[in-house]
Design a protein around this ligand. Sequence first.
Ligand SMILES: [Zn+2]
Length: 199
Amino acid sequence: MEIGSKGFKILKVEDTRQYEEINDRWKPIPGSGMEHDCHRCGKTHEVLYTVECLETKEIFVVGGSCAKAYGMSKKKVASLSNNIKKIKKLEREIEKCKAEYEVNKKAYDAILELTPPEPKHVDNTKHGSEIWVMGDAQVWCSTGFTEERKKCLLDSWRHNCLVKQGFKPYNLHSLPGTIRILEDRLEKIHNKIDELFNS
Ligand SMILES: [Zn+2]
């Protein structure tokens, strides 16, 4: 293939490999991607660059080193590869968090359906606060068993149910925030890639 005098433009970069989590880090699984023979050198690649010849408008799919050989800046290709990998990792991480949240949410929703035991005033602290229990949950009430204390006791009982089923209630509260942060990060990387394509 001839390299046109106007050069090439990168249209798309795709990391077709699957990623797996090893020791809290996402790593590509070698050989898991969609293999493609490079239009330029014939080698097989799993990270694919779709490039357009600006002169003939022909479109080719090549590997990263061949994209560089087409006159694309090394920095740009490296930055694209880097960001495309980050996207893969982030997408897997978001998927994992969402699945984890769903499992926790489902368990909690089932607990919400349960009829809680009756709250009981069992004792007073030495400072005079009332001690109320619901099953294995307990609250201290310095100004009586108010609506706020009732809710706190019920929440605490549900929390304990979740723990007894082997869940971490912390996940239920923290995962939506974590997912939002990861999605923000993902969006920023997509924007960065768009900038790189248009630069
Ligand atoms: Zn090649």
